[in-house]
Design a protein around this ligand. Sequence first.
Ligand code: WTA
Length: 670
Amino acid sequence: MSLHLEARVSDPTAGGLENLLSEDRRFPPSAEFAAQANASADLYSWANADRPAFWGEQARELLTWSTPFEQTLDWSDAPVARWFADGRLNAAYNAVDRHVEAGRGDKVALHFEGEGGDTRTLTYADLQREVSRAANALTSLGVTTGDRVAVYLPMIPEAVVTMLACARIGAPHSVVFGGFSAEALHSRILDAEAKLVVTADGGFRRGAASALKPAVDEALAKGAPSVEHVLVVKRTGQPVEWTEGRDVWWSDVVDTASDEHTPVDVEAEHPLFILYTSGTTGKPKGIFHTTGGYLAQAAYTHLNVFDLKAETDVYWCTADVGWITGHTYVVYGPLVNGATQVIYEGTPDTPHRGRWWEIVQKYGVTILYTAPTAIRTCMKWGEEIPAQFDLSSLRVLGSVGEPINPEAWMWYRRVVGGDRAPIVDTWWQTETGAIMISPLPGVTETKPGSAQVPLPGIAADVVDDEAHSVPDGSGGYLVLTEPWPAMLRGIWGDRQRYVDTYWSRFRGLYFAGDGAKKDEDGDIWLLGRVDDVMNVSGHRLSTTEIESALVSHPWVAEAAVVGAADETTGQAVVAFVILRGDSEAGDLPAQDVQTTLRNHVAKEIGPIAKPRQVLVVAELPKTRSGKIMRRLLRDVAENRQVGDATTLADSSVMDLIAQGLSTPAAASQD
Ligand code: WTA
């Protein structure tokens, strides 16, 4: 483990990070911003005085409970927390109905912008009717409280409506990102034993209709006995295959259903959703979150980190609902807080590279939350593009998903934020459910590239191999030292894996899997993953999962995958493969082998997992105990002098690899 950390810390990206640590640019909050900010510095002392009581206050203040809770934290079954466990509530009621009851039914909840420019506006009253209809339809399809529903949809209002309809009847949703393959969808449906799959004929992507339903058909053809129905939204109008009795159109069952529905009251600890994420093994982990604690922290962080003023702000988080950011900061956080938000179906460059800025201008977006990879892409396209649009409405800018390099941070601040809007670099994970480490706008003096401080109510530290807190100015592993309301309650159906993955590395501490440093002020700088998880464009991918996909191809005998530093995507997937001696691949041009294997990974997992390069090699570097030394492969993939190879079983292997790669065909990419 320490080896990995050193490997990252001494690599060029981390070398850049060493420089970051001498970063001396500082951006104190402006007096105007501070004067109107939701957050204030005394939140820290209040939370520190009694953390569970602080969270209890937030949960009472920000949520509506049908049965108020008396208990705050119950940690007796650690590491499985119970928060507000004797209280009852409904997530959809909190996100929708209570705003209508409070006379805010005419307020816009969602401004939907389709990729092709079609739009829809849903007020909170509209949303209440839509979600009620969908909840009635789900019930008519046999879904009841506790049943799981798989959701495989594009970024259209029906995705939000479906999630809330599930929450309304207490049926945990399991959203699967629309970019995942039939295979990935299948394993997630099986693991969660979903009773219903909600999908669409397709969505619009880069100017064309892209099909979704065929992947559902293919997944179910592999066998999924729990699935009774497939509910299909018509988005693109493209032809679909139809299984009578199983498949139903949204327009037939949802649009015709009653728009009256009473939300089902659930216990605070009732599961709200499962979301699969990549771990260090091939099998994705079904991270599950429950209702009360998750919603409390979602609402609290959304309010304070983004300084949300529900009456006047127009908020836009560019994440897809297929990821945790879309769950917490498109669906639950903003809606529980009664915000008006924008959701956009497409990519930032369709039909032109100013599309995002055009949307900001059109809706007068005031709070923007996006990922460093998107910022770097826009930097590459040039600042004259955003300069063509009026971005003066923006007042808070957020970043999430991966470390943001100071240059991207500065660009974001200057070009997008007009040197005026504070930036919040927010660190968190699918597992943490909500933001954990971030500046507070109006309070924190920000530093480009650092997520800085645990939020009030959150306790984090950086520790060494022996779990000792490192002094300021040193690096180690990021851990969370106290339970928090939105923490995962486990891995679906596998308590032991939950304990092993997060709670065994350091006794009594939650191991996040990220390397981190504390600077001289004690502020935290994230350094990237220390395990076999890659971060490509802010998306988590497992090296093992991609290796398994590669070796499932008949040509491949062995595979090793690394995340290599990439200017735009943060990391890129680079695969090293050994071909089987008897396979026909040996006779094919290297280019064809690469293309076939890259496409194979896209088919098995999804296009996001497609390796940037597939390098055919004769051997892989292994230790005497047979462990692949990915650190050395990363050196090769990043065109660096290969590091210390003395622990290799056969030290000539790296020379062989380097020689093989000097042939141009092997290193090319399409
Ligand atoms: C990384 C996304 C640095 C980190 C919300 C973490 C970050 C993983 C940041 C979780 C940040 C997320 N700075 N790194 N601000 N935010 N990460 O589960 O490695 O998709 O462990 O959740 O992303 O990714 P996940």
